[in-house]
Ligand binder design. Structure first.
Ligand SMILES: Cc1cc2nc3c(=O)[nH]c(=O)nc-3n(C[C@H](O)[C@H](O)[C@H](O)COP(=O)(O)OP(=O)(O)OC[C@H]3O[C@@H](n4cnc5c(N)ncnc54)[C@H](O)[C@@H]3O)c2cc1C
Length: 492
């Protein structure tokens, strides 16, 4: 049997490769960059551990713990410190702890009496059943009120998608909220009565899910999965073309791409050097686990009538632009700014998970994770590690600023919000020109197109953050599920 080609060595591709290999299916993983992990990247420097992208994995599905166990990483897994549960949202120019209980909700200063009344009223608001696709902003205003959108959901959306709540689709970006209204008629009722159903399925609600990382950061997971691949992992090898053959797919790739020296700038977003040596290999199947914007650049050549529903017309094999639509998916830029401070230079205890900042508060950062409170070893003794994010759909122009300007902006906000004095003792920034795909209203069109491409092109599969959800947990589950589909196909 020819190997299955997996395009992309982010967490989705590596998870799929790991499971396929364990099931005895040979794989070849093609990665355009010079390292594995995609947007996961951790470095240790001067006693600090800096995460370039994601900081924690939410354990929303049993498949996530199974992967960690199967990879032999249980001993290196670190759960977040139970004392670091507090989450803050900024209001009136200062971080206020989010209530964690019903009595806490009614006494919090985070919301006015009007917003609290809106929550009491929510179970009596009729569910919308006309099939119109709403944005998360429209949904929240309809079921709660404007204050809830401006002072809570806007901040939450910045924390998950770095996105705009007026554009993000309720059914595509927040399917579980939509399901609560569809199944229980109300969010509050769904929260109360849905626990039993979630228990049955083994799924855990995002707000209750355990969070974890590893002793040397999240990079431990992709590195461990990649170590099992040996020669089947091909770095610096962007795939440029897929050609359907009688019994599978021919993959065309460039070889010899010079790896960039790892620095504070991330790789993706650069154009790939097309003058490199082209080569090809035959595979029984292809799983695309890259990004949507790179998918749009991929050329697909196949027999007429099997390539794509949208572009079918000619009678001879031809180049096909079936993937071009994916370039429309917005991926706003984000910069992460990791700063270290002496403990005595920060007034706020920074003892929780972190703080989120709604746009109406007028700060430049989207939020800050109190990294050194979450896990041991993120900062030297007597120091704090604070990871802030800047840019996103809210202020895209800020993400690409040079390091000194980014640090200046973040420091200005942290001085007001956390009482930071003096200068940071550690600085690390990372720039993601295309960070997180926005599941905006109308996203169903892209999911339909993926289903359609799979249906019309035997042995071609799509998985990852642009299809199955944007969290790390979603990507892991996506990788496991696609591997299971491929195994089933070959056993049949
Ligand atoms: C700044 C930031 C913070 C985040 N924070 C969190 C968090 O705290 N918790 C959380 O759960 N999630 C977080 N996320 C989201 C999460 O990290 C991602 O959704 C997830 O890692 C995506 O994994 P992936 O494998 O699907 O894609 P990616 O990580 O994007 O990997 C795709 C890989 O495919 C390669 N590739 C693409 N095209 C080709 C091609 N043609 N040929 C060869 N290779 C190709 C790319 O080079 C890349 O390495 C964050 C994301 C960002 C950007």
């Amino acid at each position: 049997m020819k190997s299955v080609a997996i395009i992309g060595a982010g967490i989705t591709g590596l998870t799929a490769a790991f499971y396929l290999k364990r099931q005895g299916v040979p794989v070849t993983v093609y990665e355009a960059g010079g390292r594995v992990g995609g947007v996961i990247q951790s470095i240790r420097k001067d006693g600090f551990l800096a995460e370039f992208g994601p900081n924690t994995i939410l354990e929303t599905s049993p498949k996530i713990a199974q992967l960690v166990r199967a990879a032999g990483l249980e001993a290196r897994k670190l759960a977040t410190d139970p004392k670091a549960e507090a989450r803050y949202v900024v209001r009136y120019g200062r971080p206020i702890e989010m209530p964690g209980s019903v009595p806490g909700f009614f006494t919090t200063k985070l919301f006015t009496a009007k917003a609290k009344l809106a929550v009491l009223r929510e179970p009596f608001i009729k569910p919308r059943r006309d099939g119109v696709e709403e944005s998360i902003a429209q949904f929240v205003v309809r079921r709660f009120n404007q204050e809830f959108l401006d002072h809570a959901i806007d901040a939450l959306v910045a924390g998950i998608y770095a996105g705009d709540p007026h554009k993000l689709s309720l059914p595509h970006a927040f399917p579980k909220l939509k399901a609560l209204e569809d199944n229980y008629g109300s969010m509050i009722k769904g929260q109360l009565f849905g626990a039993r159903d979630r228990k049955k399925s083994g799924e855990v609600a995002k707000d209750r899910a355990a969070k974890f990382s590893f002793d040397e950061g999240l990079q431990v997971l992709p590195d461990t999965l990649a170590a099992q691949l040996g020669d089947s992992l091909k770095l610096n090898t962007p795939v440029t073309k897929l050609t359907q053959t009688a019994d599978g797919w021919r993959v065309t790739f460039s070889e010899g791409r010079v790896p960039r020296v790892p620095n504070s700038k991330t790789e993706d977003g650069d154009s790939w050097n097309s003058s490199l040596q082209e080569n090809e290999a035959e595979h029984s199947a292809v799983i695309y686990c890259g990004t949507a914007h790179r998918l749009a650049e991929l050329e697909i050549v196949g027999a007429p009538s099997t390539v794509s529903a949208r572009t079918e017309s000619a009678n001879s094999p031809r180049r096909c632009s079936a993937f071009q639509a994916f370039s429309e998916i917005s991926y706003p830029p984000v910069a992460s700014v990791v700063l270290g401070f002496r403990r005595e230079d920060v007034t706020h205890p920074c003892a929780g998970f972190g703080m989120l900042i709604p746009k109406v508060e007028g700060f430049k950062i989207l939020g800050t994770i109190f990294s050194s409170a979450l896990f041991p070893n993120r900062a030297p003794a007597g120091h704090l590690n604070l990871t802030s994010y800047i840019g996103g759909a809210r202020y895209p122009e800020l993400a690409s600023l040079p390091t000194d300007k980014l640090v200046e902006l973040v420091l200005a906000d942290l001085r007001v919000l956390l009482g930071v004095r003096g200068q940071p003792t550690f600085v690390h920034t990372a720039f993601w020109p295309k960070a997180i795909p926005q599941y905006n209203v109308g996203y169903g069109k892209y999911r339909d197109l993926l289903n359609d491409l799979e249906a019309r092109n035997p042995n071609l599969f799509f998985a990852g953050h642009y299809r199955d959800g944007v969290s790390l947990g979603d990507s892991i589950v996506s990788g496991v599920n696609i591997a299971e589909r491929v195994v089933k196909l070959f056993s049949a």
